[in-house]
Design a binder for this molecule. Structure first.
Ligand SMILES: Nc1ncnc2c1ncn2[C@@H]1O[C@H](COP(=O)(O)OP(=O)(O)OP(=O)(O)O)[C@@H](O)[C@H]1O
Length: 303
C-alpha cells in the first residue's frame, strides 16, 4: 500500500497509509474501534477501491475485474462470521469450497484441523460461538491461500483453542503464507507476529517489528527485584544515576530503567551482593500500543 486513502463522504477511514507485507510474514494490524482495520482488509480483498494512492496484492490491483483469479489465493475471516444455520458444518464448508472451485476432499481435512471433526454432521445453528469461529477459520483456509486476512480470529475461542490457532498461524508462516491479523486481544499475540502496524483515526501511527517499535517508543524497562536486608544502599547508588527505586511489600522493589541506560542500571543491580531475585519486564505489545495511541490522542487534543 502506497499512500492509500479511503473516504466515505466526510469520513476519512484511511489517510495516506503505506504498508508492505512480504511472503511468509505475519502482520498484526492494531487499532481502536473505527481506526480503519476492516477498511484496510476490504481494500486488500478488492471489495472496495482506494480513494487515492496505490495498492497491489501479488503485484496486481485487487479490485480490477481481471484480478478475480487473485481471490483464489486469498483467505478471509470476517469479524462477524455468519453461516446458514440449517446446514451442517460439512455442508457449509462444502458450499464455500464449491464457490472457490476447490475439491470436496479438503473439507473433511479442514474440519479436522480446526477441531470440528466430531460435529461435522451437526447443524451450524447448534454450534457454540467458539465452534462457529473454528468453522470460520476452516472457511478461510479453503484452497490453501497464500495470503490470509483474519479479523479478530480468536474472539470466542477458549485458551486451548487460541493456543491451537496460533500454532496453526506459525505453521502457515513457516510454509510461506502471509497473514494479516487484526486483534484487540493483544496479550500473547507478539510472539506470533513479525511486524505490527498501529492505526489511529485512519492514520498509521507506527509500524515495525516489536524491537523497532520498542526503539521508537523509548519506553523504560521495568525491573522488579528482591533484596536481602535494607534497600537503602541500593537506593542511594541508583539515585546517583538518576533512577528512583519504588519500595514494594516486604523487601521487594521496582524501578523503571531508562531505555538508553538500562544496561548500566542492570550492572549496578547485579553488583549488589544482597540482590536475591530479579525480573525484567520489557514493554510488550499492549504497552507499545497504548503508548502510540496515547501519543496521537494527546497531539489531537493540542491541535
Ligand atoms: N461503508 C461505509 N460507509 C461509511 N463509513 C464507513 C463505511 N465503512 C467504514 N466506515 C467508517 O470508516 C471508519 C473506519 O472503519 P473500519 O470498519 O475500518 O474500522 P475498524 O478499525 O475495523 O473498527 P472495529 O475495530 O470497530 O471493527 C469508521 O469511522 C467507520 O464508521
Amino acid at each position: 500500500m502506497q499512500r492509500v486513502s479511503k473516504t466515505w463522504g466526510q469520513v476519512h477511514a484511511l489517510r495516506d497509509v503505506s504498508l508492505e507485507l512480504r511472503k511468509g510474514q505475519v502482520l498484526g494490524l492494531l487499532g481502536h474501534n473505527g481506526a480503519g482495520k476492516s477498511t484496510t482488509m476490504k481494500l486488500i480483498l478488492g471489495l472496495i477501491r482506494p480513494s487515492s494512492g496505490e495498492l497491489k496484492v501479488f503485484d496486481h490491483d485487487p479490485s480490477a475485474v481481471e484480478s478475480s483469479h487473485l481471490r483464489l489465493k486469498l483467505g478471509y475471516l470476517p469479524e462477524n462470521v455468519s453461516f446458514y444455520d440449517q446446514l451442517s458444518g460439512e455442508e457449509v464448508l462444502t458450499y464455500f469450497a464449491r464457490l472457490k472451485g476447490i475439491e470436496r476432499r479438503q473439507v473433511a481435512l479442514l474440519l479436522e484441523r480446526v477441531g470440528l471433526a466430531h460435529a461435522v454432521k451437526r447443524r451450524v445453528g447448534t454450534y457454540s460461538k467458539g465452534m462457529r469461529q473454528r468453522l470460520g477459520l476452516a472457511q478461510a483456509l479453503i484452497g490453501e491461500p497464500r495470503l490470509l486476512l483474519l479479523d479478530e480470529p480468536t474472539v470466542g475461542l477458549d485458551p486451548m483453542a487460541t493456543r491451537d490457532f496460533y500454532g496453526m498461524i506459525d505453521e502457515l508462516r513457516a510454509k510461506g503464507v502471509s497473514v494479516v491479523l487484526c486483534s484487540h486481544v493483544l496479550p500473547g499475540v507478539e510472539r506470533h507476529i513479525d511486524r505490527a502496524a498501529i492505526l489511529g483515526q485512519g492514520q498509521l501511527l507506527a509500524s515495525g517489528s516489536i524491537d523497532e517499535l520498542r526503539d521508537m517508543a523509548g519506553l523504560p524497562l521495568m525491573v522488579r527485584g528482591r533484596i536481602d536486608g535494607t534497600r537503602d544502599a541500593l537506593e542511594q547508588r541508583l539515585s546517583q544515576s538518576g533512577v528512583a527505586l519504588t519500595r514494594l511489600n516486604g523487601n521487594a522493589f521496582e524501578l523503571a530503567a531508562p531505555a538508553g541506560g538500562k544496561l548500566d542500571v542492570l550492572r549496578n543491580l547485579l553488583q549488589s551482593p544482597d540482590l536475591t531475585d530479579i525480573e525484567l519486564d520489557p514493554p510488550n505489545l499492549e504497552t507499545l500500543y497504548a503508548h502510540f495511541d496515547g501519543q496521537s490522542r494527546k497531539q489531537e487534543t493540542l491541535q
